[in-house]
Design a binder for this molecule. Sequence first.
Ligand code: MG
Length: 308
Amino acid sequence: MLSNIVLKVSHSVLSSMKTHYADDLTAKLPTGAVFCAKRNGCTITAYKSGKVLFQGNSAEQESKKWEQDSLPSEKKSSMSKSSVLPSGFSSLSVIGSDEVGTGDYFGPITVVAAFVRKDKILDLKHLGVQDSKQLSDQRIIDIAKQLVHTIPYSLLVLHNEKYNELQKNGMSQGKMKALLHNRALLNVLHKISPEKPDAILVDQFAEEPLYFRYLEKEKEICKENVYFQTKGENVHIAVAAASILARFAFLREIEKLSKEAGFTLPKGAGSIVDEAAARLIAEKGEESLNYFAKRHFANTEKALRLIK
Ligand code: MG
């Protein structure tokens, strides 16, 4: 989708944008422009007036990073149920959290919270930390192996047996995620104490009131300075780092499970997954799904039908 998006920002935001795009500035400037940069197929042109033009395939994605910092009038999204962030958010010291595996039939849910102090942001960029959806599995493994020595983090793994038990007792996946995020965030807060982050950013999977309703019965709730944003990895690098570590852990778990299964367990929840589940049932019995898979997914029924 090729699009043009215009935001109007203050001078201070303009200058933090220039810093943000420092690696991608172009030499030539259109008349009246303060800077021009090209990133991820998007051309960003900023003008003295405070107008910033985003052009190209990823214009929407790129402009989203700054939407919260922009001044009213030009473009205000109506779906803004995410938190309003403090300005210059991307350069603050932040604990970010994200989860992986919620849509995968095989394998656990992994959740990671990670702390990136502002003086580490550049190091992480150089390590190649970015949106994990744009990275190959091998690249994720390479980056994660360095990350684990670079930043404080907490990894939680919700294995299938436990997941299936909670699910059977009526707990929603949303609640499981909320409990895991909360626990991981608290773990990191304890780890870095007495230091405190400027903010905490949860990659948003539920609206804020619902998230905290899920946590109602928890003894300890991480609530201070917590913000929610969808596509959080584009908002602060701490979420991107958490996402890479969570995916790394998920890949490791799937590999372990594949070894135990005796063949590669595919990711996702498509028809290849149905076939693999059918094979598992044939070779190890239906009960084995409790250990390998999120049993309530439709894949279980489909696999059973394949066998008959
Ligand atoms: Mg997420």
